[in-house]
Design a protein around this ligand. Structure first.
Ligand SMILES: Cc1cc2nc3c(=O)[nH]c(=O)nc-3n(C[C@H](O)[C@H](O)[C@H](O)COP(=O)(O)OP(=O)(O)OC[C@H]3O[C@@H](n4cnc5c(N)ncnc54)[C@H](O)[C@@H]3O)c2cc1C
Length: 400
């Protein structure tokens, strides 16, 4: 029987193991920590956002700043619908939430972990924890995997070590090119009077652009203690991860809090003025923003709250509209989003055969998961890439 060694007891490694034909292979999973699946455990705030209810591969790839082209063929073979079916076949109910994120019905990541542990136990797969892979040496048709405690021999290797820089060095030393790691999915640190003391204030649909990079994203936006967060910010942080690292997270953004053009906003203002000339500006929350935010705009512009709307000058009106629709803010750094950090960078995708996730450089060597230069925005997409890639590897090996 040929020997498969899976390096990395995380999402990609375990999903692959769970789909391998144990009657054909001897299978070992090597994990450096004392516990496997640690990231699955803490994922989705402990609930594990396993996937996203987007069932059209062409639409799905739009959520992957890196890897979108390559993943198209992968998702054609295994996509979120298949993930749901896979878990349901194992009596795990999943639910789709309003924002299309998919979670286990139990709301506990332990359900997902238990499913994988059951699968590998049923298949008699040997899971070796506290086994740090230090080096892999090619030895004719086989590989010698050197761990902290022993040397093991493999016919096939599945490399699924996540974003560990040390483990990237191992594949680099075997000849793979590594694209430098940079963080993706982060929030923006901003010090500006307009945001001060407004943590928790949210906007249903805002637009955020980075003029210098000619890029924009829209979606919900949230003021935090440190600056801005929410889907609009996270999306732009992921798509521009590499460019923003280059400018050391110092750049200017323009925010449209109400997703209206200046002309549209002016029309709304003028119509309001026409119908409510005597109302004071302080009591006239003309736009769909929170009262606190409206007061803050007037406060930062030093507009007298008791002034009647009819008496607001053209200059004052323009200043209000600019604060709402094209507010320039200086970003001076980044913060991690709820500890959910993902890294851009990893093994160069040009060196992977996406039909089966095999290395184009190393024979009988497969690579999957975050170790590749693939990452997605938040919402269950990162796990979906792991499941789909790992499934392809298992299919390829099962058919040999
Ligand atoms: C806090 C947090 C929450 C997240 N929540 C979600 C979510 O809800 N939904 C989602 O889609 N994504 C989420 N993500 C992203 C997701 O967790 C990752 O994309 C995913 O875990 C990557 O899986 P992987 O198998 O490639 O790597 P990992 O899960 O990181 O697994 C790699 C494993 O390899 C082991 N390893 C590394 N090097 C060696 C070595 N040399 N020898 C032996 N073992 C080694 C590591 O210890 C690790 O256990 C979250 C990430 C974080 C940090």
């Amino acid at each position: 029987m040929k020997q498969i060694i899976i390096i990395g007891g995380g999402a990609a490694g375990f999903f692959c193991a769970s789909n391998l034909d144990e009657t054909k292979y001897k299978i070992i999973i090597l994990e450096q920590n004392s516990d496997v699946l640690q990231k699955v455990k803490i994922s989705g705030g402990g609930r594990c956002n396993v996937s996203h209810a987007c069932f059209d591969p062409k639409e799905l790839i739009q959520f992957y700043p890196r890897g979108n082209k390559e993943l198209l063929s992968v998702f054609t073979k295994f996509q979120p619908g298949d993930t749901m079916e896979w878990f349901e076949q194992r009596n795990i109910s999943l639910k789709i939430e309003n924002d299309n994120r998919i979670f286990p019905e139990s709301n506990s990541s332990q359900t997902i972990i238990n499913t994988f542990l059951n699968e590998v136990q049923k298949k008699n797969i040997d899971v070796k924890t506290k086994s740090v892979v230090k080096e892999i040496v090619k030895d004719g048709e086989r590989y010698i995997v050197k761990t902290s405690s022993e040397d093991l021999v493999a016919d096939y290797i599945i490399y699924a070590t996540g974003s560990s820089p040390k483990s990237l060095k191992i594949v680099e030393s075997l000849g793979h090119r590594i694209i430098s790691l940079v963080p993706s999915l982060f929030t923006f640190n901003i010090k500006n009077d307009l945001l001060k003391d407004l943590a928790g204030t949210s906007f249903e649909n805002a637009e955020v652009s980075i003029p210098k990079l000619k890029t924009a994203e829209s979606g919900p936006l949230l003021i935090t203690h440190w600056g801005l967060s929410g889907p609009a910010i996270l999306k732009i942080s992921a798509w521009e991860a590499i460019n923003l690292a280059k400018v050391k997270y110092n750049f200017e953004i323009e925010v449209n809090f109400i997703s209206k053009t200046l002309d549209e906003a002016e029309e709304i203002f003028q119509n309001f003025r026409h119908s409510n000339p005597k109302k004071t500006i302080g009591q006239s929350k003309i736009f769909e923003v929170t009262n606190r935010f409206w007061q803050k705009i007037l406060d930062t512009l030093k507009i007298d709250l008791n002034k009647q709307v009819a008496h607001i000058s053209g200059k004052e009106m323009q200043a209000i509209l600019i604060s709402l629709c094209s507010k320039k803010l200086q970003v001076t750094g980044k913060s991690t989003f709820k500890d959910e950090f993902v890294t851009a960078g990893g093994v160069d995708l040009k060196e992977i055969n996406f039909k089966n996730m095999s290395s184009k450089i190393l024979p009988r060597f497969y690579i999957a998961g975050e170790v590749l230069n693939i990452d997605a925005v938040t919402g269950g997409f990162n796990f979906q890439a792991c499941w789909s890639e790992a499934w392809l590897i298992a299919q390829d090996l099962n058919m040999k």
